[in-house]
Design a binder for this molecule. Sequence first.
Ligand code: ADP
Ligand code: MG
Length: 451
Amino acid sequence: MEATWEKVSEVLREKIGGQNVDTWFQPARFRGVNDRCAVLQLPNKFFVDWIHENHYDALLESFRSICGDVSQVVLHASAGEQGELFLKPTGRDGALATPAAAPPARRSNLMPHYTFDNFVVGASNQFAHAAALAVANQPGELYNPIFIYGGVGLGKTHLINAIGHRVLGERPQLKIGYFSAEGFMNELIAAIRQSGDRMEDFKNRFRKLDVLILDDVHVLAGRERTQEEFFHTFNVLHDSRRQIVLTSDKTPKDIRDLEARLRNRFEWGLIADIQAPDIETRIAILLKKADLENLELPHDVAIFLASKFEANIRELEGALTRLGAFASLARKPITVEFAREVLKELLHEHRVQVSIELVQKVVCDQYGVRPLDIRSAKRTKNLAFARQVAMYLSRKLAAASLATVGQRFGNRDHSTVLHGIQVIETRLRSDPAFQNHLARLERLIQGEVRA
Ligand code: ADP
Ligand code: MG
């Protein structure tokens, strides 16, 4: 059993990185596979929730790759030494959890906790929040579509789910569909492959909705067939005044390779942005989240966390969750001192500045080319590829602007850099082996920093 779990952990490590495995899976006990369910015992509800939300798919895939026919992973929080195992279906993905972690029953595929009540309003999201609320109260009548854009982890998904919950609460007769654009695309592909009735089913399914919520539409970039299908869906819904809710990481104008007619429609209604939250909002979010989790979070610790995790609310919450998990494991009160200790690695990662030079060096070592050459004008295939990878990683790990990246790669202009990065992003989306390859490169670079 242990050998199996070791192998599964190895696969998982490839998928989500060593640090995540060490943090979240090191204390896990594998209890075997029973009736196609792999059972994993975890120290407490924090672990169950966290893994369920962040690593469930990777975990299931890892079990499948080692144990074959596994239909789900049961995440079980130990209640004392020999906690009883209750099985109860929960999430969309069919994951199971103990009663302690079971979210409320769902009437839709909305994320259960992403409600307006749980959303903290501050200067950074005030406008988007007000617009979302207005739409939720009068779906199809005010702003159609509503298009919310902003960076990663700033609350877009939360806000559009809140719209869904509110509409459902007030008009239970309405049909609401929440989908990631990626999911829309995958279903379309499946429908096309099977042809005939499946395509009709697909169309009907989306065109019958009263409210269509589509998350992360920027992934439709360059997907012509999906864009075309979505264009028709959009028109059918919009013509009959049914509400369309969209999010993206950029404005419609900035989504490259988006058909003009679709871009144009995205701009028909209201466009609202979400910015990074200020420190007061970050503190308020922490206190709210702690309250929801029944966690005693002293104010000075909230301030400490809010000052360390600035740019991304998901990471801020991650830090709090980790802190909660460790405090309950160690049965210690949460203090600034304790937080500093438990979050050492995360804080370290934040502090360390990966330089563009370092990225260039590691990437060049990997591909057997010279840093001198990726900064040159030469464009042999091999060099051009190494250069694009290095640009992508410089942007990601060194958080450098496009202009800075361009300048450090032989004074290339902004659009050349952007193109290079997009080539890598496109391939990443469709090529799992390449994802693994880049994850490994990232680890190498991070490792160099820590050494
Ligand atoms: P995005 O979709 O923009 O990447 P999410 O909506 O997934 O971001 O938000 C990331 C996490 O941060 C979620 O757990 C969400 O509940 C939380 N969050 C974001 N904004 C807020 C907010 N204003 N109030 C409370 N929680 C928030
Ligand atoms: Mg999102």
